[in-house]
Structures are given as C-alpha cells and as structure tokens.
Design a protein around this ligand. Structure first.
Ligand code: 0A1
Ligand code: ZN
Length: 880
C-alpha cells in the first residue's frame, strides 16, 4: 500500500456525527468459517436539513455486503456506494430503518479485531475500531445506541452464547442449532459491544451491592481451566466493594461476566457487562502462577470493572480523549491495588515502570501528549503516555485538590455527564468547580508532550533562619512542539534537620507552620519558596510520593542521601534516595569501563547494603525494592549515548561484588525467609519470597557451585511458581549443565499449560549468556512457538528485544535483523502486535553511530515492505 493512502486524523477536525443511531438489533448466524450478520438500525439525522440531506457514511472493513434495505425496501444500486472502508447512502431520509446483511470469516481473522476465533470459541474485540469489521456502522464513540443481540449457533459445539446486558430469551432451533437473545438497556458506543460463543464452563457467585441489589458474577473459561478462576472471582468482588466504598459507585446490571481467551492483543476489555480477558489475567493456581501474576490479575480485573463508570457510563467523545477513560481508570486501579497490598511498594513499582518505559517514550520520536493532536492508527496510541502518564495527571489533580475535593470532583463529574460521551475538558472542569480552582494551566499536562525537568537549588541564611528553595522547570522539545509553556506542578516536600527530624514548614509571610509535609505549586518557569524559623541548614525531601511525573535535579551529597534513606517519613523518598546513590555508582563504573580502567565498587556501598540486610524491622517487600539495583533500561536513560555493554558490565560488577562480599548476610536473610508452611498465594509472604529470590540472585551473581546447588535445590523443592521461577530465572543465565537440566524438566512438567510455557520462553529470551540470540532463533522453530498467538510473540520476541538490552543490542546487529524479520512476518498476520514490537527501534538515535546505522537500516527495510499495515507504517515512519 502506498504511504499516501495512510491518512492522518486531526483532533481539530472533529465534527459532530451527521446521523445518530438510537437502536441496534443484530442477529448472528455464527460459524467460524462463515458468519452471517443481520443488522437493523434505527437512524435519524443529527442536523437541520434545510440545505438538503447529507450522505450517511458507515464504516466497514473486510465485510461482504449481501443486502441493503431502507424502511423495508431494497436500496437501489445507484443510491449507495461501497468501498473497502465504507458504505455510503447518498441521500437518506431524515429518519429511517436500515437493514444490512453482511458476511464475515472469523477463522481467517488473525488481526484479532472484530469477530475472531480463539481456540474453540468465537469472540469479539471492538475497541477501538473493530465493530466495523463485524457490520457497517458509524463506528465512533459519540454515537451511542441501545443494542439487542440474537445469537444462533450449533448447540453441540457452541453451547454458550453471550452478549452484553441481560439474557431475555433462549431456545432450540431446527438442525441442532439454538439461540439466545440479549438486551443491554444502557446506551453504549460500538466499541463496547461484545459477543462470545463456544464450549465454555463457568464459575459463579453473587454480590450484593450497597443498595441491596443482587448481581450474578460469572467467569467463563475452557473446561480444563475451571479450577483456575477463583482468584479472579474474589478479586472482582473486592473491586466492586472498593468502588462503592471509595467512589460511591455501584454496579448497574444484573450480571457481570468475564470470559478468558487465549488469543488477545491486549490485557483485557471492558465491554459492558461482558469483559473479555487475555487468559493470563484470569487464570491462576498456586502451582502455576507467581505472586506477581496474582497481583496483576487483581489489578486488571479491577481496571476493567472500574471502567464501568469511567469509560462506559461516561465515555469518550472521540479517540483523542482516550486518556479520559484510561488515565482515570489506571489511577483507580493503582489506588485499588495500593489498598489491597503495601501502598509504598505499589507506588514504587508504578514509578519504576513509568520512568523506564513512559519517560523513554516521551524522550523519543514517538513522544505525544496525553491527549494527542493527531494519529494515523488509533491503536498505536494505547500507549504508556495515554495510560500511565494519564494516570499520573489524575494523581496530580488529587494532590493539588486534596482527597476530599478530588472525590467531590469525581461525584460532580458522574452527576453531570452520566450517559454522555465527553472530552477531557469536562472532567477537568468538574474538578475545577468542585475544588474551586483555576485549572486552565493544568490542562497543559494533556496537550504538551515531554517530561519536565525540575532543577532545584537552595540557600540557607543562618542569621535570619530562612531557607529558600528555587525551582526552575524546563521541558525538552518533542515532535511538533519545539517550545513549551511552564506546567502547573505539585511538588510535595518536607525538610529534615541533620538528625533526621522533620521540620515544621512555615513559608515567609505565613502566621504559623502548616505541618511537616506540604505541596508547593509551581506555575512559573522559576519559583522561589522561603521557609522561616529554620535553625540549621536542612536537607530537602523533594517530590514526596513522586508527586509529579518529572525528572528532579538537586545536588544531594552522599550524606544527604543517607539521611533521607534512613530517616525521611516518605517511603518513596527513602527508596529513591537509595536509587539515586545506585545510579550514581553504576554510571561512574560505566564511565570507568568505557575508559578501559579498572572499575571497583566502593566499600561504602557494600556497607550500606550490609546495614540494610541486617535490619529486620523493615517490610520485606520494601526492603527487596531497596536492594534492587536500577534496571539497565533505566540506567540507559541516564546516558547521553547509550552503551548497553558497559551498563551491563557495570551493573553485573555491582551484583557480583555484593554477592561475594555479603555472601553470609544474603544466605542468612534467605534462610530467614524460607517457607515455614505450604504456600498460599494470600499468605502475606509475597514480600518474603521476593526478598529471598533477590538474595538468591545476588548469590548466583557471585558465582560458584554452591550457589548453583542452592538454586537447583530451590527449583526442585519449590511448591509454588514464584520460587520455582525465581530459581529457573537465575539458572537460565548460568553457563552450567544445570541450566539445560532445569529448562528441560520445567518444560516437561508444564507443557500443557500455555501461561507457564510463555514464562519458559520468556526466561530463555532474557538470559544474559552470550548464546541467547542463537537460543531465541532455535525457539522460533519450537513446535510450541506460534506467531499468531500474541502472548507467545510477547514472551519470546518481546521479551528478548525489550527486556534483554545487552543481547538485543549486540553490536553485530543480529538482534536487529531478527526483530525486523519478525515484524515483517507479523505485519501480514496481526498489525497491532507487529507495531508493538517496533518500540526498541524507535530509540535508535540514543545509541552509538554504528548501532544507529544498523537499526536505521532495519527500519528502512521495514518501510520498504509492500503492503505495510497502517499500524506499522506510522510507527516506523515516525521513528525514522
Ligand atoms: N480498553 C482496554 C484496552 C484495550 C484496547 C484495545 C484492545 O484491542 C485493540 C483491547 C483492549 C483496557 O484499557 O483495558
Ligand atoms: Zn482501560
């Protein structure tokens, strides 16, 4: 396809729809090979028609049109046009009923958008623009309608027939077929439409809402997975209760269904009353799921449930507003998870992923605002920026307004806009009104891309007891936005004296101190804040709880950092102080290695780890976070020209030194964390397991047979996946015979379990050993590898290219060639997944000239491919 066929859609071109659809009646004759769809739409004009009728353009892709009737009469051939993207009625009446019959081929649908086959079932994915692959429709979120759906299928192969809303009728048909009729009383956009049909079983429970209504909860899976749904069901009940308690939101239908499917492009989908999930976010058993899996399931179940209010009841006017539902729902699921586990540890995990992935996105050629100005393919904008930076923007509103006013703002938003399709502006206006605040400058967070940098300096005047912080903000240019205006930034902070006591914070001009932690608001490019009554030079504790998605620069001494690490009241700042020290250390070592000098880990660093290991008063999960070195991807972000080899060597040097020097301490902590009772996922010991496995990783980094034996012993005796994988992950990076032994036994044990076999692929792809590229190439040929299954692609191709910097960026360029080859193969199968795999190439400018040349060549090779999908074309073209 030539490039000019890929049109850019601009936010500024938004127009209200020409026609509205009030009701949609769909009848499906389902079959994997050939499904017939009958659609009956009640349509009316949305314009004054004094200037005549405007044409009605319905979106449609990959459809075979069989018949078209208007008010019961076949439409004449000269009254409409069809092409491969639309069906246009040239001059329809003001209001009418349109009946369209189309045919589709679910089994050939490898893009997994629209109606497709996953294993033994048929299911749909309509967000963002998949409904048009089912039938002709005004496939845009501001056209909301009431749907009634009749499903007909073979009863033996498809005993379960599900759609949105409530089941209103069912029965048998001739020829071994049967039917079900579903009605969803809530108006919804087409992207929330869903059907599922197949040979499924379910587990169920009942939930009584806060107003006393009974809701039937059902989780549908294939028979073999029936005993792996309990955790998802419990998580759903917790999420429902939490949304009532924290936001006053109650569920609104009589049933809530979740279906797990093996082939899914994303994590899950919030279709009204009928969520469709990637099975990795539903299925869990103690033997086969890790602690992280359990947590992720709870979070994604929560996320999709919370969408019922933030996304479904109030939806987006257009796709530029995607963060209206996604940023807000990410914020809500993060808060839910924080309440279900350790809040500080959850916050740290969220900040880590934001800083490694979103900051990198914001610093590269694909940088875009939380509310983008334009797109070629909307699927490319389900990004870290729209989701996770969008979540941080909501969090900043809560920080600026305070929890109470923020909640009032949420209530006002629901009250004003229930049943509507709105913009981000309406949300922020509700917050501004409830909080009585001017948030016009705050809107820049939605419309300006790039990560702001805060540069802080200070000045202490002992004679007057005054301490002044000067904060300057700047933001790098991003594509299409060379200049930035200053953002409205909440900077949460405190001051510590040299003994680590928190000082009362009284700004000059204030009558009294207001607590020991406060939120400074930055609006200008440079702002100064002077505190009174300060008796000695304090240490500033800045960006508490990571109060804004910014980079902070303040010239902390090692002594300052030690004080913050041990004494600050804010857990995020305590953790961050340790990370800043570790970054400084590893970057220093990286420089030494690059210069060809002998690099050595200073004694002081080992001592601080020794002290941490000796302190058993701390939460185990938090301690594990503190003892975890910054990821290679995060370290890479700190370098002007990324040197993946030097970063890797430097980080490994620290790991092996810690392992050797603190061998006995690590062994002791590991022993103290050893299980005392059989595993239960909710035993509250996940932090212990994390710490124990981290200790094992350090011991393995030290090298030697003793560590390998410990690893093998843990692998053999583990009664849960967290521990067995904790050991396997270390063995895969160890050039020892035990590696292949463990990998083979793991495969034999789990060959029937797709989720676990994904992990088997992933850990081999993540191996630090030099032969990893060869292993990955061999795994591509493994009978269990399947390019049509997105989880499998992510587990091998994604893990290697996005999680194994040092091997992927091999200076010989094999990693690059491999990735481009897979992207080109995927382009023809599943463009969304192909596009997702491009991410590492978008960072090519950050590397040395040699690697730049190699990556560029691969991008050019991709762009030269005839028939490149819109998704891949957009990202590859923007990356070059
Ligand atoms: N709205 C879903 C994410 C999602 C988006 C697109 C999909 O298919 C292309 C599927 C799911 C969520 O935020 O969970
Ligand atoms: Zn979402």
């Amino acid at each position: 396809m030539s490039q000019c066929q890929h049109q850019t859609i601009h936010q500024k071109d938004y127009k209200v729809p020409d026609y509205l659809v009030d009701t949609v009646e769909l009848t499906f004759d389902l079959s994997p090979e050939d499904t017939r769809v009958l659609s009956r739409l009640a349509i009316r004009s949305n314009h004054d028609r004094s200037n005549g009728a405007s044409p009605l353009v319905l979106d449609g892709e990959e459809l075979t049109l069989v018949s078209l009737k208007l008010d019961g009469v076949e439409v004449k051939r000269d009254a409409y046009r069809v092409d491969d993207a639309s069906l246009t009625l040239l001059a329809p009446p003001e209001s009418f009923v349109l009946e369209v019959e189309t045919r589709i081929k679910p089994k050939e649908n490898s893009a997994l958008s629209g109606l497709y086959a996953s294993g033994p079932m048929l299911c749909t994915q309509c967000e963002a623009e998949g409904f048009r692959r089912i039938t002709y429709f005004t496939d845009r979120p501001d056209v909301m309608a009431v749907y009634t759906v009749t499903l007909r299928a073979d009863k033996a192969s498809c005993p379960v027939l599900l759609a949105n809303g409530n089941l209103v009728d069912r029965g048998d048909l001739p020829d071994g077929r049967h039917f079900a009729v579903w009605h969803d009383p809530f108006k919804k956009p087409s992207y929330l439409f869903a059907v599922v049909a197949g040979d499924l079983v379910h587990i169920a429970d009942r939930f009584t809402t806060m107003s006393g209504r009974a809701v039937q909860l059902e989780i549908y899976v294939e028979e073999r997975n029936k005993d792996k749904c309990e955790h998802a069901l419990r998580s759903l009940m917790r999420a429902m209760r939490w949304d009532e308690e924290k936001f006053g939101r109650e569920y609104d239908l009589d049933t809530y269904m979740v279906v797990a499917v093996d082939d899914f492009n994303m994590g899950a989908m919030e279709n009204k009353g009928l969520n469709v999930f990637n099975s990795r976010y539903v299925l869990a058993s103690p033997e086969s799921a890790t602690d992280d899996d359990y947590e992720a399931i709870e979070e994604v179940i929560g996320h999709e449930y919370f969408h019922n209010w933030t996304g479904n009841r109030i939806t987006c006017r257009d796709w530029f507003q995607l963060s209206l539902k996604e940023g807000l729902t990410i914020f809500r699921d993060q808060e839910f998870s924080a309440d279900m586990q350790s809040r500080p540890v959850k916050r740290i995990a969220d900040v880590k992923s934001l800083r490694s992935a979103q900051f990198a996105e914001d610093a590269g050629p694909l940088a875009h605002p939380v509310r983008p100005e334009s797109y070629v393919e909307i699927n490319n904008f389900y990004s870290m920026t729209v989701y996770h930076k969008g979540g941080e923007v909501i969090r900043m509103l809560q920080t600026l307004l305070g929890r109470e006013a923020f909640r009032a703002g949420m209530d006002l938003y629901f009250e004003r806009h229930d049943g509507q399709a709105v913009r981000v502006d309406e949300f922020v206006q509700a917050m501004a009104d409830a909080g009585k605040r001017d948030l016009s400058q705050f809107m820049l967070w939605y419309d300006q891309a790039g990560t702001p940098v805060l540069t802080v300096s200070d000045d202490y005047r002992p004679e007057s007891g005054s301490y002044t912080l000067t904060v300057t903000q700047s933001c790098p240019s991003t594509p299409g936005q060379p200049e930035k205006k200053p953002f409205h930034i909440p900077l949460a902070m405190g001051l510590l004296d040299r003994d680590g006591n928190e000082l009362p914070l009284q700004l000059a001009g204030e009558a009294a101190a207001a607590g020991t932690s406060r939120v400074l608001e930055l609006r200008g490019e440079t702002e100064t804040f002077t505190f009174a009554g300060i008796k000695e030079r304090p240490v500033p504790s800045l960006l508490r709880n990571f109060s804004a998605p910014v980079k902070l620069q303040y010239p902390y001494s090692d002594e300052d950092l030690n004080l913050l690490m041990t004494r600050d009241s804010d857990p995020f700042v305590r953790w961050e102080a340790g990370q800043v020290q570790a970054v400084k250390l590893i970057m220093g070592l990286t420089g030494e290695i690059q210069a060809g000098r002998q690099a050595q880990v200073p004694e002081s660093f080992i001592e601080s780890f020794r002290r941490l290991l000796a302190d058993d008063s701390q939460d185990r999960a938090f301690l594990a976070e503190t003892l975890t070195l910054p990821a290679e991807s995060y370290l890479a972000e700190q370098m002007a020209v990324i040197d993946p080899d030097a970063i890797h060597q430097a980080r490994e040097l620290v790991r092996s030194t810690v392992g050797r020097r603190l061998w006995s301490e690590l062994t002791a902590v590991r022993a103290a964390c050893a299980p005392k009772a059989p595993y239960r996922p909710d035993d509250g010991l996940a932090g212990c397991r994390r710490l124990k496995n981290l200790c094992l990783a350090y011991l393995m980094a030290a090298g030697g047979q003793e560590a390998i034996d410990a690893c093998m012993a843990q692998y053999r005796s583990a009664d849960n996946m967290t521990d067995s994988l904790g050991a396997l992950a270390q063995l895969t990076s160890c050039a020892c015979p035990e590696r292949d032994e463990a990998l083979a036994s793991f495969y034999d044990c789990w060959r029937g379990d797709r989720g676990v076999i994904d992990k088997w692929f992933t850990h081999q792809a993540l191996s630090r050993l030099p032969d990893t590229m060869d292993r990955v190439l061999a795994l591509l040929e493994h009978p269990d590898f399947d390019l049509r299954n997105p989880n499998r692609v992510r587990s091998l191709v994604g893990a290697f290219s996005q999680g194994n910097q040092v091997r992927f960026h091999d200076a010989g360029g094999r990693g690059y060639r491999f990735l481009a080859d897979q992207i080109l193969r995927l382009n023809a199968i599943n463009p969304q997944i192909a596009a997702r795999m491009l991410t590492p190439f978008s960072r090519w400018r950050r590397y040395d000239a040699h690697r730049q040349e190699l990556m560029k060549k691969e991008l050019e090779r991709i762009l030269a491919e005839p028939g490149l999908a819109r998704d891949v074309y957009e990202l590859a073209a923007k990356s070059l």
